[in-house]
Design a protein around this ligand. Structure first.
Ligand code: NAD
Ligand code: IPM
Ligand code: MN
Length: 358
């Protein structure tokens, strides 16, 4: 039996609705295996701006640093979209990733057989797809110096894209190690035909692969072309490593392989310390408060939390198997139903819970 402190950061929009379901699932797993999980909930995002004027209060950072792992819902929404506001909910998420040194964002694109017909793509194209993205998460254009110059009709804005040798080395090494435990293939995605940081990325990645991973099959694809290959021949990819912004965009695109953004979990990891787990989707303002959001991405993120931060592989598999069973039983939230019959967020949580009972 294990004792662990788990920090919950529900955030905005559908965040609190989906995190509540994942918490139930974690509690069920704890009681079944005799673990003690101590949960505490803290502010991040828009709700933190409303409550204390800061999208990432110090108190939240302190709680995260003392925890074993963190489960986050989502941040942001139209309420905080004013372009002249001095801060935004998203700044809180970027800051916690940076503060905790979470440079590696793992985004598995895993198909559920039961959902193949929920995908807008053809069965013969997607069947057998299994991709693991490594998105660099604490560098690149997201964290480059930004600003504005001039004003009025001639005003301009800039944001620098910077990558350093060690930043590229560490993410490529992690991705290549993961490839060894899978199909031993790694694809690096960049825009080296245009961008200087991509040219650095490409040469550093090539050297790491040649010097340290000569046994791993390695290739390089330009990001625009990758956007096309992903939906044309997704089965050809095993592990994919890329920079912060390209990884953000390509994984939302890749969510259409399993059929819904509501199915994709992620893990953000650094060098030791607590990991942060979240669905890849956002706060879904269009459906927030309606009780219809799909909680499965967050529930699958909680499985990743058990596996990667707590070393509880068997417990993680139990959750993943429960999700498969629920889908096999025919349960669908609206995003998966494609116009057919659907159930709400809590009912989906109930269905998963049924498969976790002793
Ligand atoms: P979004 O991911 O919130 O939603 C895109 C579409 O997918 C919407 O139609 C939404 O209803 C649907 N969707 C997303 N998750 C779903 C779920 N679990 N179940 C059913 N449907 C789901 O993207 P957006 O609308 O572009 O962004 C909304 C806000 O979320 C923005 O403020 C953005 O900055 C923020 N955001 C936050 C995160 C995060 O916290 N990690 C990630 C992405 C976007
Ligand atoms: C994600 C989100 C975030 C990102 C935003 C909300 C900062 O889109 O987690 O994918 O771009 O990283
Ligand atoms: Mn995103």
């Amino acid at each position: 039996p294990l004792k662990a402190k788990i920090v919950l950061l529900p955030g905005d929009g559908i965040g609190p609705e989906i995190v509540a379901q994942a918490q139930r699932v974690l509690e069920a797993v704890a009681s079944r295996f005799g673990h003690e999980f101590e949960f505490s909930s803290h502010l991040i995002g828009g709700i933190a701006i409303d409550t204390c004027g800061d999208p990432l209060p110090d108190e939240t950072v302190a709680a995260c640093k003392e925890s074993s792992a963190i489960l986050l819902g989502a941040v942001g929404g139209p309420k905080w979209d004013d372009p002249s506001a001095k801060t935004r909910p998203e700044a809180g998420l970027l800051k916690i990733r940076k503060e905790l040194g979470l440079f590696a964002n793992l985004r598995p694109i895993r198909l559920f057989d039961q959902l193949i017909d929920a995908s807008p793509l053809k069965r013969e194209i997607i069947e057998g797809t299994d991709i693991l993205f490594f998105r660099e998460l604490t560098g690149g254009i997201y964290f480059g110096e930004s600003g504005r110059e001039g004003s009025g009709d001639t005003e301009s804005a800039y944001q620098k894209m910077i990558y350093s040798v060690p930043e590229v080395q560490r993410i490529v090494r992690l991705a290549a190690k993961a490839a060894r435990n899978r199909e031993n293939r790694l694809t690096s995605v960049d825009k080296a035909n245009v961008l200087e940081p991509s040219r650095l990325w490409r040469s550093v990645a090539a050297k790491v692969m040649a010097d340290e991973f000569p046994d791993v099959e390695y290739d390089v694809v330009l990001v625009d072309s990758m956007a096309m290959h992903l939906i044309n021949r997704p089965k050809d990819f095993d592990v994919v490593v890329t920079g912060n912004m390209f990884g953000d965009i390509l994984t939302d695109e890749a969510s259409m392989l399993p059929g819904s953004l509501g199915m994709l979990p992620s893990a953000s990891l650094g060098d030791g310390g607590p990991g942060l787990y979240e669905p890849i989707h956002g706060s879904a303002p269009d459906i927030a408060g309606k009780g219809i959001a799909n909680p499965l991405a967050t529930i699958l993120a909680s499985a990743m939390l058990l596996r990667h931060s707590l070393g509880l592989g068997e417990e993680a598999e139990l959750i993943e198997t429960a999700v498969e069973s629920v889908l096999a039983d025919g349960h669908r939230t609206a995003d998966l139903a494609r116009g057919g019959a659907s159930i709400g967020t809590e009912a989906m949580g109930d269905a998963v819970m049924k498969h976790l009972a002793n």
